[in-house]
Design a protein around this ligand. Structure first.
Ligand SMILES: [Zn+2]
Length: 653
C-alpha cells in the first residue's frame, strides 16, 4: 500500500464478530495492530462502524432485530443489511459497539475519521414492516398529525371505511387485499427514511462526543436508488461519501434489460449523475469516493473487466465532478465469503491485478495536481430537480405502469449533460437563485413553498423547464382541487385540459418556433394544454388531440416557464431540453465530440478543465486559446488529442 502511495484506507466496516466476539466482550487488539502498522507507513485510517452486519450470537439471542419484508416475511441472518431500523435492541447494541470503538481509537495516532454503517440505501428489501416499525410509525404519525381527527381528515381514511379511532390501529402497508391509502403509504416511506437516518444520528452523537477531532461520514450509492432521503441522512455529517462501481452497474443494466447493446453513453452518464448528486447533497460541496471499482466486481457473477485506462478514467471522472479524494475497493481479493468474485488490487494469488500499475500512476498524478484542485468548487449554471416525495409517490401510484420518476430524472440528466455544462442536482427546498435554468421532470407532488420558490425564480429571470403531471398532488398526497397545473398555473400560463396515459396508438409532436426541427415521439403520457398567456412551441399530431398544444413557453416576470406536456423520448427530448439551455444562454466552455465529457472546477480565479474520453477511440478537440496539460506539463494550442479512455486536465496558459 505504501508503495502505491495511498494516504488512507477504510477498514473494519463489517468486523463486528471480531470486535465483539460475545455480548459486552470487546477485542480491538487486532485492529489496533493494523492501525499502528498503517500509521508507521504514513497511511491514515477511516474506521467503519459495523452495524450493517450483526454477528450470529446477536441474531440468535435477539431474533426480532431481523427485518420483515414487504410481503410480511421475516428475513434470515446469513447475509448483510437484514436489520430493522426501529428495533431498540439492534440500535442499543449498534451504539454499544460504536461507543467502544470510539473510546478505543479516539486518541489512536493515524485514525482520522469514521464511516457509520455501510451502504444504507442498499439491501434486498429497502423497507422493514415489522411490529416495531409499526409502533414507530404510529408514534411518528402522532407527532406529525397531532390528533387522529386531523390524520383521518388529511389522509381521507373515510374511504374504504378506514377511519382510525386509536393510533394503534394504523397499519403499515403490507398486503391487505387492495392498494393501501396512498397518503399513508407515502408517509411510511418518509418514516422509514427517518428511522434509518436516526440510526446514523445515534452513532454520530457518540462519535462527536468521544472523537471530536475526527470527521464522520457514511458511504452510499445514490441515484438511481431512492430508498433513503440522503439530504436528511447527511445533514449532520461532515461530508458525503459515495461508492462507485461503473462496471458493476453495467452488469446490472445488462441483467435488467437482457440486452447486449447498451448505448455507449449509458454508463458514463449514470456515473456522472451519481457524482453530481453526491456533490449537491450537502451543498454543493466536495465529496469522497469511499469505494472505487478496480477490477471485475460481483458476488455471483463478475462484472466486465475494466479495459486498460478505465480505472484511471473513473478516478478522474469523480475528481472532475467534485470529489476531493478516491479510495479503491478493495486491496486484497478474498478467497472466501460472498465477495470472492470482487476483485481488488491484488489477485487471489496475491499477484498484482491488471489495474495495479495504472492506479499507482493515478495516485502519483493526483498528488502532483495538489489539494487546491481537490478542494475546489464546481461551477454550475444548470440545475436538475430531484425530489424524494415525487419518486416515492409515483412508485405508489405511477399513473402509467411504465412511468418511473428515477428513469425520468436519469433521461433528463442524460439529455442536458450532453450539452457539456455543469449541473447541480437540487431538492425542493434548495435555493434556485444562482442558476440560469432549472429542469424539473414530473413534479407530481408540489408544496406551496416550492411553488413560491419556482415563481420567484422565474420572475427574477430564470428559465424553468418542466413536464407532465406538474403539481397534481399536495404534499399531503391529496389530488389538488384546482385546475392543473394547480399552484403554478399562472407561472406556466397554461391550463391542463386533460391528461392522457398512452397505451396502444401512437402520439407525436410537431415543433415550431425555437424548437423547429424533426417531429418528436410521445411515449407514455400526454398532458393536453390550453394556453392562456403561453406561446405554443409544439402540438400533438395524432388522434382527437391532433393540433392541441403539447409544449408551451410562458414569459413571466423577467423569465420563462416551459411546460412539456408530452413524454418526449430519445433524440427529441435531448434536442428540446438543449434548446432551452440555449434560451437560458448557458455557455459551454468548449465544444467536444460525443463520448467526450467536459467539466470545470474552480478555485478563486483559477479553472481546471477536465476532458474525459469515454470511448475506445482517440479524439481530437479544437481549442481557441492555449492551455497547459497539468498532468504532462505539455502546452496545448489549437488542438488537444485524447487517447482511448484518455484524460486531460487543462489550465489556461
Ligand atoms: Zn422493523
Amino acid at each position: 500500500m505504501a508503495e502505491v502511495g495511498f494516504t488512507n484506507v477504510r477498514i473494519a466496516e463489517f468486523a463486528w464478530a471480531l470486535m465483539e466476539p460475545a455480548e459486552g466482550k470487546f477485542d480491538f487488539d487486532w485492529l489496533r495492530r493494523a492501525v499502528e502498522r498503517l500509521h508507521k507507513h504514513q497511511i491514515s485510517v477511516i474506521l467503519g462502524t459495523p452495524s450493517a452486519a450483526p454477528p450470529p450470537w446477536l441474531t440468535a439471542r435477539y431474533p426480532d432485530i431481523v427485518e420483515v419484508n414487504a410481503q410480511g416475511q421475516r428475513l434470515h441472518p446469513g447475509g448483510r443489511r437484514f436489520t430493522c431500523p426501529t428495533n431498540a435492541t439492534y440500535r442499543r447494541l449498534s451504539l454499544a459497539i460504536a461507543t467502544e470503538m470510539a473510546r478505543s481509537f479516539a486518541q489512536a495516532p493515524g485514525v482520522i475519521g469514521w464511516q457509520i454503517d455501510n451502504e444504507l440505501t442498499l439491501g434486498s428489501s429497502p423497507r422493514c414492516y415489522c411490529d416495531f416499525c409499526k409502533a414507530g410509525f404510529q408514534a411518528w404519525l402522532r407527532t406529525k398529525y397531532k390528533s387522529l381527527e386531523n390524520l383521518n381528515q388529511i389522509l381521507g381514511t373515510v374511504f374504504w371505511s378506514q377511519t382510525y379511532t386509536d393510533f394503534s390501529q394504523i397499519p403499515v402497508p403490507l398486503p391487505s387485499g387492495g392498494d393501501p391509502n396512498p397518503g399513508l403509504a407515502l408517509d411510511y416511506d418518509r418514516y422509514q427514511s427517518f428511522a434509518n437516518t436516526s440510526v446514523v444520528d445515534d452513532q454520530l452523537g457518540v462519535l462527536r462526543k468521544l472523537c471530536s477531532s475526527h470527521f464522520v461520514t457514511t458511504n452510499n450509492v445514490g441515484l438511481p436508488l431512492d430508498t433513503i432521503d440522503l439530504r436528511s441522512l447527511y445533514e449532520k455529517l461532515d461530508f458525503v461519501s459515495f461508492d462507485n462501481y461503473p462496471g458493476f452497474f453495467e452488469m446490472l443494466i445488462h441483467q435488467g434489460s437482457k440486452s447486449r447493446n447498451l448505448p455507449p453513453e449509458t454508463i458514463p452518464t449514470a456515473v456522472g449523475l451519481g457524482h453530481d448528486f453526491a456533490r449537491s447533497i450537502k451543498g454543493p460541496k466536495p465529496f469522497l469516493i469511499m469505494e472505487e471499482q478496480v477490477g471485475k466486481a460481483g458476488q455471483s457473477s463478475f462484472s466486465p473487466q475494466p479495459e486498460k485506462g478505465k480505472v484511471r478514467l473513473w478516478t478522474y471522472q469523480a475528481i472532475a465532478h467534485g470529489a476531493m479524494g478516491v479510495n479503491y475497493f478493495r486491496w486484497d481479493t478474498a478467497t472466501f465469503g460472498a465477495e470472492e468474485y470482487w476483485h481488488g488490487m491484488l489477485n487471489h494469488d496475491r499477484s498484482k491485478s491488471p489495474a495495479f500499475d495504472e492506479i499507482k500512476q493515478t495516485v502519483k498524478e493526483l498528488k502532483a495536481l495538489g489539494s487546491e484542485l481537490l478542494n475546489s468548487q464546481y461551477p454550475a449554471h444548470t440545475a436538475l430537480m430531484f425530489d424524494y416525495d415525487c419518486g416515492w409517490a409515483l412508485k405508489i401510484q405511477p399513473g402509467h405502469y411504465a412511468l418511473s420518476y428515477v428513469e425520468q430524472v436519469t433521461s433528463w440528466y442524460g439529455a442536458i449533460s450532453a450539452s457539456r455544462t455543469g449541473i447541480d442536482i437540487v431538492g425542493p427546498v434548495d435555493d434556485l437563485s444562482g442558476y440560469q435554468v432549472v429542469f424539473a421532470p414530473v413534479v407530481y407532488v408540489l408544496s406551496e413553498s416550492q411553488a413560491d420558490r419556482i415563481k420567484k425564480f422565474v420572475s427574477n429571470g430564470g428559465v424553468f423547464v418542466t413536464n407532465f403531471r406538474l403539481g397534481a398532488k399536495t404534499e399531503n398526497s391529496q389530488m389538488v382541487r384546482t385546475p392543473l397545473p394547480g399552484l403554478l398555473r399562472e407561472v406556466m400560463g397554461v391550463t391542463v385540459e386533460d391528461y392522457v396515459p398512452i397505451y396502444s396508438g401512437a402520439q407525436g409532436v410537431k415543433f415550431s418556433s425555437v424548437l423547429s426541427g424533426a417531429d418528436g415521439e410521445c411515449g407514455m403520457w400526454a398532458d393536453i394544454l390550453a394556453p392562456s398567456t403561453a406561446e405554443v412551441l409544439g402540438t400533438y399530431t395524432a388522434g382527437q388531440n391532433a393540433g392541441r398544444a403539447a409544449v408551451t413557453m410562458n414569459s413571466f416576470g423577467k423569465g420563462k416557464a416551459v411546460y412539456i406536456g408530452a413524454d418526449l423520448t430519445g433524440a427529441s427530448l435531448s434536442r428540446v431540453l438543449q434548446a432551452f439551455s440555449a434560451v437560458a444562454k448557458v455557455q459551454r466552455p468548449l465544444e467536444v465530440p460525443p463520448g467526450v465529457e467536459l467539466t470545470v472546477r474552480r478555485s478563486n480565479a483559477k479553472d481546471w478543465i477536465f476532458l474525459l474520453n469515454h470511448t475506445a477511440e482517440a479524439q481530437t478537440i479544437t481549442i481557441s486559446k492555449a492551455f497547459t496539460d497539468l498532468v504532462t506539463g505539455e502546452r496545448q494550442s489549437e488542438k488537444v488529442q485524447l487517447g482511448a479512455y484518455g484524460v486531460r486536465v487543462l489550465q489556461a496558459s
